[in-house]
Design a protein around this ligand. Sequence first.
Ligand SMILES: [Zn+2]
Length: 506
Amino acid sequence: MHRRNGYARRTVAMVCAVAVVAGCSSDAGVRSGPSADSRAGTLPTSTAAPGSSTTTPDGQPSTTVVPPTVPTPAADGVGDELFPSLGFTGIDVQHYDVVLSYDPSADTIAGSVAIDLQATAPLEVFSLDAVGLEVERVSIDGTDVAFEVGRDALVVQPIRPLNVGESAQVEVLYNAAPNAGAGVVGIPNGWFHSTGGSYVLNEPDGARTWMPCNDHPSDKATFTFDLTVPAGMAAVANGDFVSHDSSSAGERWVWAEAEPMATYLILLLTGDYVVSEATTSGGLPLINVTLSGDEDLLDEYVRITDEQLAFFEPFFGPYPLDRYGLAITDSFGGLAMETQGRSLFSRDDMVGQQGYIEHLLLAHELAHQWYGNAVTPARWIDIWLNESFATYAQWMWLEHVGFGTVDEFALDALRARVLGATGRPAAGDMFSFSTYDGGATVLHALRITVGDDAFFELLRGWVQDHIGQSKSTLDFIAFAQQVTGTDLAAFFDDWLFSENKPDDFP
Ligand SMILES: [Zn+2]
C-alpha cells in the first residue's frame, strides 16, 4: 500500500484525515487483545446442528434440533503480535472458491465461500475470521456441521475431529451488508461503496468483513472468484479472466488467481468498468481495468509501467508473477494498493498530477509485486519488509526519471528524525513514516554497508528463494547475513530495532 504521509520533499495530505466514507460503520470492532472468548464472542449465536435446518428454502421455520454447544478453539489467532485474534494456527488454506452476488442498489452480498484446507494440528473445532457476516450454513465435504458466529470469528465443529494432514472442504453460505469501517490501524478498510459499484481495500484485516477466511498473511492460497452483478455492470478480481456471460440473473464474471495470495491482497471491483488486455514489450500479459470513459488514461500509465519493469528486473530479478495490470477506480484519493497482479489506484491521484505522483505510485505498487506479494510478511510486525522495499524502489525510479536522487531522498528521511524502531511498529504505526521512508533508510544504509553488488544480489535472492512464501524479519536478517557473508547483527540493532537511528549513513 502506498499511504501518503508527510513526505519530506513533497508533502501531501494524510489519507486518514480525508478518508470519509459514506455509511462508514465501526462494525469491524476494535480488539483488545487475545482472550479465550474473543473468537466466540457475545453476539447472539446462529448455530445449526449437523443435518438439521433452521429454515426451509422458502424461509419458513422448520423443525430444529437443539444444537450442541460449539466449544471455543483453544488457540486464539496465529500469534500475531499486532493482531492477536487474526488467523487460526491449526489450518492451512490451499484454495478459496469465492461465489458472490452483489447488487449495489440493494447493497447486500449473497455469498458462498468454499475453502480447501488442510489440518496442521488435531482439530475438534477450528475458526475462520469473520466479522459482521450473517452465516446461514456451514458444511464440511458436503455435510452440514455445527457452527457458532462470534464477534470476529466463525467457529466450526467438524462431525469428527480432523487429523493432522487431513484435507477438508469447508463451505460457508452467508449474507452480508458490509461497510468499510475504521480498522485497528486507523485507516478504513473492507468493502467500500463507489459511484454505482464497490471496491475493497483489505489491508490488514478487511477481508474478514465481507468473506469468511483465514485472514492472515502467513496463510497464502489460490483463489477463484465467481461474481454476479446486475445487468450492464462489470465485476473484476485478481488473476486471469476466465469468463463473462449475461443471463436474466445478471452479469457473471469469473476470475482465477493461480499464484498463492494473502487475503489482504484481494482485488474486487464492481461497477461500470472496461477491462482491456495488453502485453508489455518484455512479453508480460497485462489486464487493465478503468472506469468507462477513462480508457485513455491507460496509454501513458502502461508505457511507464513497461519502462519500470525493464528498469526493476535487473535489480530485483524477473517479474515474479504470471501477469500484471492497472486498475483505476473512483476510490477516495491518497491511497493506492498493491492488489496482487493488478494494482489498484484512485483516479483522483492519477489525473492531472504532472507526472511525479503517477511515477511514484506506479513504481511503488509495481515493486510490491516482488516485495509483499511474491514474498509476503509472516506477521504484520514484519510490514517493513513490504513498505521499505517498495519505498526504496520508488526512490530508485524517481532518480531514474530525474525527480531527485536516492541519496537525497534517504538523507531527507533520515534528517526528519521521526523514524522510530522500523522493525518493531505498534499496530497503529504500521503504516507510518518509520515503516516507509524510515525502512528505506535502513535499506540504503545496508546498501552502503555491503556494497551495491551484494545488496542487489540479496534483493534478487530474497524473492527468488522465497517466492510464494511468507517470511519474517528474522528470516530476512539471516538471509542477508548468508548472502553477504557479513555479521549484520549490530547493523540491524542500530538501524532496524533501536528507537533512534544513527545520525548519518555509514
Ligand atoms: Zn506500499
